[in-house]
Design a protein around this ligand. Structure first.
Ligand SMILES: Cc1cc2nc3c(=O)[nH]c(=O)nc-3n(C[C@H](O)[C@H](O)[C@H](O)COP(=O)(O)OP(=O)(O)OC[C@H]3O[C@@H](n4cnc5c(N)ncnc54)[C@H](O)[C@@H]3O)c2cc1C
Length: 549
């Protein structure tokens, strides 16, 4: 059952004053469409935004066997959803029903109108977000199809990439979907071709890299400026916060993200200590809202854009992308956070993607529903994963090397893990071996006090044993501490690397105009809130630096 309030929020009608604002706006064009004429097609990139003046527009889901009308928009109603702002491909098609007059507005113009008319902007934004929620609740929406085996690392990679980048899709598991063989035959493929991505019955890509997927779905787009005011590397909480503040304050801003917005926080199913969300928020929701917000203000967020190096051309920072492209900026914010640590255990690498996971979201939980699973780690991320997985699987073994669950885990999570009936906490315990064939089957754990070993039959081990900074792409000019985190502000006081006459700003690195925020920064708090705070604060120093440039 679809919530009526959600439906009402998804399909509001603009009032007379709002329509008049559009009518008088030079950025909107009034166009006439005949019955059946298409305004935009599903999978089309950069489709315009349309507001119905007279007549009607049908929104059609045409990825299934039969086209299905999802909504009929009347006068005052408008097309679009989140992809309209993020630049992703249209999910549905739109066609005129009867003779219709519509206002046509480009995406750039829409952003401008939203900023000039915030009341109109709020209605449109709320509707876009509500439509995305409706889509998740529709149940019968297919969207892109990913066809591949649960035992394939690449299938998991493609599914994770789409999920993290908020692209709706349906997964057909080669192992247990009864329709998959027939579907493959219909599109002229065999199992050997998988994983494949299709739109309806049209093959889009065969085992695509993340970059190929991003290009096909318009997640990666051409750079708009030769020199940006601010380039941010990393779209975790710190980078996204910086993007929102910088773009809203008029700086032309690019955020280069190698994988998907959200960073580590995007792997959390419940962030409960972030101010303003008393019932918690998933990392995915937080990232989705932040991406929409950053796009609303005009920040440019091309994924997948891994940055491989940094050099300097006079005063400008020059970022080298791994595909050979370069991006120049007057200021740079390093917000590349930290990367999960791997278990140094026999068999671990072999089972990555088919038994060993570094995130516990619905994508991974789907692979081990009803089974026993092992979570390794004594920090908050391991606690969160255990609690989330306990609702999806038969039993969770939480393997903790130390003897006190409360030592590194927040007490609310430690208590919840202890009190959840199907979570068994194994203290003083370490993983010794993993074994299986195509995929993980068994994990051997050993008590580091008594030496007692135990074998757990499981298809999944979730690893949350801390993280190391992602700073290998930085040149020596950017000073790091002994663990590889970037030094900033006061910690550079006696550094020879800092050569400017003034003192470095609080979040400034050893190179003037280059800042660092969030987990990547030496001495940072390693929390969502502090990463967001630092990302926002960095923009203040960017303004200071630009003023003196
Ligand atoms: C499972 C889990 C649960 C958590 N739960 C909580 C919680 O409940 N509360 C809390 O306060 N904290 C929590 N944390 C910690 C919190 O998520 C981090 O402190 C926060 O995400 C740090 O943000 P950041 O932006 O500094 O870095 P990150 O989140 O690490 O983001 C860095 C981004 O940079 C990108 N990147 C890295 N290298 C490159 C490159 N070379 N080129 C381009 N992009 C690059 C990465 O892909 C990533 O998206 C959790 C962490 C995990 C792993």
């Amino acid at each position: 059952m679809i919530d009526q309030d959600l439906h009402a929020a998804a399909y509001p009608r603009l009032d007379k004053a709002q329509l008049a604002a559009l009518e008088g706006c030079p950025l909107s064009k009034l166009k006439h469409y005949r019955h059946g004429e298409k305004l935009f097609e599903a999978a089309q990139r950069d489709s315009n935004f349309y507001v119905v003046k007279t007549g009607a527009v049908e929104i059609v889901d045409d990825d299934g066997d039969e086209p299905k009308v999802v909504a009929t928009l009347g006068p005052g109603e408008f097309t679009g959803e989140v992809a309209q702002l993020t630049g992703g491909p249209a999910i549905f098609s739109g066609a005129a029903r009867g003779e219709s007059d519509v206002f046509e507005i480009s995406n750039d113009a829409l952003r401008e109108i939203m900023n000039v008319h915030p009341d109109l902007g709020d209605v449109v934004l709320r509707a876009f977000m509500a439509r995305r929620h409706l889509l998740h609740e529709m149940g019968d929406f297919t969207g892109l199809r990913v066809i591949g085996s649960r035992y394939s690392k690449h299938t998991l990679r493609v599914r994770e990439f789409l999920a993290k980048n908020l692209v709706p899709f349906t997964w057909m598991d080669l192992e247990d979907d009864p329709q998959v063989k027939q579907f493959l035959e219909e599109v002229g493929l065999t199992e050997a071709d998988t994983p494949v991505v299709t739109w309806g019955h049209k093959l889009l890509l065969r085992n695509p890299s993340n970059e190929e997927l991003a290009d096909a779905l318009a997640l990666r787009r051409p750079f708009e400026h030769t020199v940006y005011d601010l380039a941010v590397v990393g779209a975790g909480p710190a980078g996204l916060a910086a993007a929102v503040y910088a773009a809203s304050e008029g700086l032309n801003t690019v955020v280069l993200e190698r994988d998907a917005p959200g960073g580590q926080a995007g792997r959390s199913m419940r962030i409960e200590n972030y101010l303003g969300f008393p019932t918690g928020i998933t990392g995915r929701e937080l990232a989705e809202n932040a991406v929409v917000q950053a796009n609303k203000f005009g920040a440019h967020l091309p994924v997948a854009s891994p940055v491989a190096g940094l050099s300097f051309d006079n005063k400008y920072a020059v970022l080298h992308l791994d595909n050979g492209e370069t991006v120049s900026a007057k200021c740079l914010l390093i917000a590349t956070g930290a990367d999960y640590r791997r278990l140094d255990v026999e068999g671990c690498e072999r089972f990555e993607g088919c038994g060993v996971y570094y995130a516990a979201t619905p994508v991974e939980a789907q692979l081990c529903k009803g089974s026993d699973v092992v979570v390794v780690g004594g920090g908050n991320s391991a606690g969160q994963a255990s609690v989330f997985l306990s609702g999806q699987v038969r039993k969770v073994y939480l393997v903790v090397r130390g003897g006190d669950l409360y030592e590194q885990m927040s007490s609310y999570l430690a208590r919840r893990s202890e009190e959840t009936s199907n979570v068994e906490v194994l203290l003083n315990t370490e993983v010794r071996r993993m074994s299986g064939d195509r995929c993980l089957l068994e994990v051997e754990v050993v008590n580091n006090k008594t030496g007692e070993a135990r074998t757990i039959k499981t298809p999944a081990l979730f690893c949350f044993i801390g993280a190391t900074p992602r700073t290998d792409w930085l040149p020596l000019k950017i000073e790091k501490d002994e663990k590889g985190f970037v030094r900033t502000g006061a910690s550079l006081q006696n550094s020879e690397a800092w050569t400017a006459r003034r003192q470095p700003h609080l979040l400034e690195t050893s190179r003037p105009g280059v800042f660092a925020a969030g987990d990547v920064r030496s001495g940072s708090a390693k929390r969502v809130a502090s990463a967001v705070g630092e990302g926002s604060m960095a923009v203040l120093f960017v303004h200071e630096y630009l003023k003196q440039m």
